[in-house]
Design a binder for this molecule. Structure first.
Ligand code: DAH
Length: 337
């Protein structure tokens, strides 16, 4: 019996030592309820009283030896499996990464926000108006009656006889006077439409920002101060502002406003076409007719207004020489901003 037990131990240990040993199968075969060791123990009843404890002790030792070896081998197999997977799944942290393409704000929107921030800083509210507009707000309320020649300069998309795509954000001036009481201090950014052929400086859809200030005692000096502040924040602290007499139907007096060239400081360069000055907007004192139509008494209140193209400001600031780049959405172009 002792020999049988020792043989079981030897067989079991040798089975366990095989490289791919199936430990569970070995356990069942030798230690299981129907296993070889159990079978031997069942025969113990036939032993003498002296033999029994001796054989019993040997059987226990055999069991313990097999269990210990099974445990050790199980640990070794686990460690080996882990090692294998570590080698197979090794990460090379020095491999160059793949850049993630992150979108960002379009240059027009970016400049628009920058402009809004500047005017908000001066106490202006942002007000928006509809792009599909009545002829009345786009023209008539701005002192441009039906037969006025100024209509010819703005090639208008008409939807019906009295509804159109607004040609200028000045329409929001007229609307605001109807809904707000002075003091009024607003800027109004948004899309405008003109039936222009596309080229480097024209597009049938572009963006403007309108400004309107109405209060008692507002003067041209206030207009100059506000625009100078805007220009210096936008283009640099050394920027100077110049007013040239002009005509707009909704302002009197009216001016076109230039800034000193921020690329050359006024000496003359490619950006300012040798002029030293760059035109950026139209402005003036709100015409008494416009105030009256807006329900505001021109004897009590005065105001100034201005309007500028957002693309124009973006093109100047970013040195973009063709407006079409802003609309074609070529990511190689957009990525630069
Ligand atoms: N609406 C004018 C345009 O589209 C720009 C403009 C000029 C707006 C003078 C004004 C202004 O408010 O006072 O060309």
């Amino acid at each position: 019996m002792k020999e049988t037990l020792l043989k079981i131990r030897e067989d079991a240990l040798s089975a366990i030592s095989a490289p791919d040993a199936d430990l569970e199968a070995i356990r069942i075969r030798y230690l299981g309820k129907k296993g070889e060791l159990t079978a031997v123990l069942r025969g113990m009843g036939q032993l003498t009283a002296e033999e029994r404890p001796v054989i019993g002790q040997i059987a226990n030792e055999v069991r313990e030896a097999i269990e210990k070896e099974l445990g050790a081998k199980a640990e070794a197999q686990k460690a080996e499996a882990l090692n294998k997977s570590l080698i197979a799944e090794k990460l090379d942290v020095t491999v160059p990464g793949t850049a993630v393409n992150v979108g960002h704000v379009h240059p027009i929107a970016r400049i628009q926000r920058e402009m809004e921030e500047i005017f908000i800083g001066m106490g202006f509210d942002i007000v928006e108006g509809p792009e599909i507009e009545y002829d009345y707000y786009n023209f008539q309320a701005l002192n441009i009656p039906p037969d006025h020649p100024a209509r010819d300069t703005q090639d208008t998309f008409y939807i019906s006889e009295n509804i159109l795509l607004r040609t200028q954000t000045s329409s929001v001036q007229a609307r605001t006077m109807e809904t707000r009481k002075p003091p009024i201090r607003i800027v109004s950014p948004g899309r405008v439409y003109r039936s222009d052929a596309v080229d480097a400086t024209h597009s049938p859809l572009f963006h403007q920002m309108e400004g309107l200030v109405i209060d008692r005692g507002v003067t041209m000096g206030n207009l100059k101060g506000a625009l100078e502040m805007f220009a210096q924040t936008m283009f640099g602290a050394d920027t100077r502002v110049r007013f040239r007499p002009h005509h707009f139907p909704f302002t009197e007096p009216s001016a076109e406003v230039d800034v000193s060239c921020f690329a050359c400081g006024g000496k003359g360069c490619r950006l300012c076409k040798g002029e030293g000055w760059i035109e950026i907007l139209g402005a003036g004192m709100v015409h008494p007719n416009v105030l009256t139509m807006g329900g505001i008494d021109p004897n009590e209140y005065s105001g100034f207004a201005f309007g500028m193209g957002i693309e124009r400001i973006a093109m100047l600031k970013y040195h973009i020489d063709d407006m079409r780049h802003l609309y074609e959405n070529d990511v190689r172009f957009l990525k630069q901003f």
